[in-house]
Design a protein around this ligand. Sequence first.
Ligand SMILES: Cc1ncc(COP(=O)(O)O)c(C=O)c1O
Length: 347
Amino acid sequence: MIDLRSDTLTQPSAAMREAIANAAVGDEQKREDPTVNELERRGAEFLGQEESVFLPTATMANQIALQILGRPGDALLVERHAHIMLSELGGPAAHSGLLTIGLPGTDGRFSAEQVVAEIRDRTSVHVAPTRIVTIEDTHNSAGGRAWPLDEVDAILATCRDHDLAAHLDGARLVNAAVAVGVEPARIGRGFDTVTLCFSKGLGCPLGALIAGSAELMSRARRGKHFFGGAMRQAGIVAAAALYALDHNVDRIADDHARARRLAEALVDAGVQVDLEQVETNFVQIDVGSDRAGAIERMKEHDVLVSTTVHPTVVRAVTHLDITDDDIETAGEAIPAALTRTAALRAR
Ligand SMILES: Cc1ncc(COP(=O)(O)O)c(C=O)c1O
């Protein structure tokens, strides 16, 4: 099977497992795990922030960020198909008492003007004050789209001008940084808090970071306990993340190149793919109304893809376990499967 459902499906490599096996560990709750401490030091630098805190998942990082940036009754602005909006179980309301306002986006992005239009009168006794703006980069459900730097900067300037906190859901920040040709710190440094996930393109079995100022990170450490994310000998996992920072960052560009090659092969074979949208490691394929049938036919051709929020669109995601040969095979198997789907429907 060529598994293109998600970049979360990677298996830890032999070398990563060796790093895990050799990790020096201690009780991270007491700040005595040298591997976690080293990861938090390097992670902060990597993300352009003063400090970072190691967490089990990116969902927890997002939820802690929102809790420390807002107060119950505050409003949060987020693109309406963002992970925080669609896939975190209403966490901002449940954990932090936030009113989430979903902004309509284009390619997962919204404008500084849209933010300004949602700023409410903080002196009013009736309205929830807008307090936090979150962007997702790359944006998952938009198809791994990256924010242009000038648009990120415009959102951040607006946040500064209007005393709004800014959170970056950078679960796939490395993909975003590679796509726009900068270091992750260039994107991360302007935000109050940043999430980075290690279990996606970076190829770790689990792990994430939240990063921000020393003051915010001391509150994030409390949040880590509050959410049940404070671990013990977590260096076992942090070792994988350190390995990933050393070995799996530069190779993200290969995933992007493979996604592009797959997209081009599909377009050449007449499959509905918008090449303009292929900026990182996602290929969005419009398979028409019988999406379930198309996914099933692809499976019969040994290719796994997954659904998206768009009813006729599936996605193929490249990652560290996908080779050039896989791309070549998938580039032939997907059109063959879709031709069979169309033929079956015509019967
Ligand atoms: C943009 C984005 N943010 C956050 C997450 C949450 O990551 P995790 O599953 O590690 O909690 C995901 C997972 O797919 C994601 O795509």
